[in-house]
Design a protein around this ligand. Structure first.
Ligand code: XMP
Ligand code: MG
Length: 183
């Protein structure tokens, strides 16, 4: 494995690289069954899902398009503010499209509750929620993932796209930070 400046900041590994790879392929296979012939639009919710998105679209060899949207509700803290705003909007018309929303983590549900409504209001034919991680302990909105990679306990996680204050996104596994690393 490559040298890493960040391993020392990780308290424990929750999901290994090998587990991520196997699960993402299985998720791609499941989406293939559901969307072959339907030309879905994979919609990555930035920034946290960028690595998952890159792996998932290659794990699902259907004729599809990719699009990106950015929302914010966090502002560098580790708990959700409940307010969601779009910071980078869709660049194309989604009327009549089958949208596969690709999220890093479903936590309070505020982000996805907002997005599902937004995409339907923009004319999506269907909205399917795919999240790498599901943290059901902290749900505030009744949002259910159609496909979730791993259910995790109520701990703040980083890696594989997920950050703390924009850092650790390039850690190749999902881990929990040491408390000292927050300082
Ligand atoms: P909500 O609460 O709206 O959260 O369901 C979705 C967004 O919150 C961020 N989030 C996390 N980011 N580690 C992170 O790096 C976490 O443990 C975590 N929990 C929530 C994330 O951006 C997600 O899209
Ligand atoms: Mg996110």
């Amino acid at each position: 494995m490559a040298n890493s400046e960040m391993n020392q900041d990780i308290l424990k590994v929750l999901v290994t690289e090998e587990e991520l790879q196997a699960r993402v392929q299985a998720m791609g296979d499941e989406l293939y069954e559901k969307f072959a012939g339907k030309n879905p639009l994979f919609l990555s919710v930035l920034k946290g899902s960028f690595i998952f998105m890159a792996d998932l679209v290659r794990a699902c060899q259907v004729k599809s398009d990719v699009e990106f949207i950015a929302v914010s509700s966090y502002e560098n803290a580790t708990s959700s503010s409940g307010r969601v705003k779009i910071t980078r909007d869709l660049q194309e018309d989604i009327t009549g499209r089958h949208i596969i929303v690709v999220e890093d983590i479903l936590d309070s549900g505020n982000t996805l509750a907002f997005l599902v409504n937004y995409l339907k209001a923009r004319g999506a034919e269907s909205v399917t929620i795919v999240t790498l991680l599901d943290k059901p302990a902290r749900r505030e909105k009744a949002v259910h993932a159609d496909l979730a990679g791993f259910t995790i306990p109520d701990e703040f996680v980083v890696g594989y796209g997920l950050d703390f204050a924009q850092r650790y996104r390039n850690v190749p596994y999902i881990g929990v930070l040491r408390p000292e690393a927050y300082a």
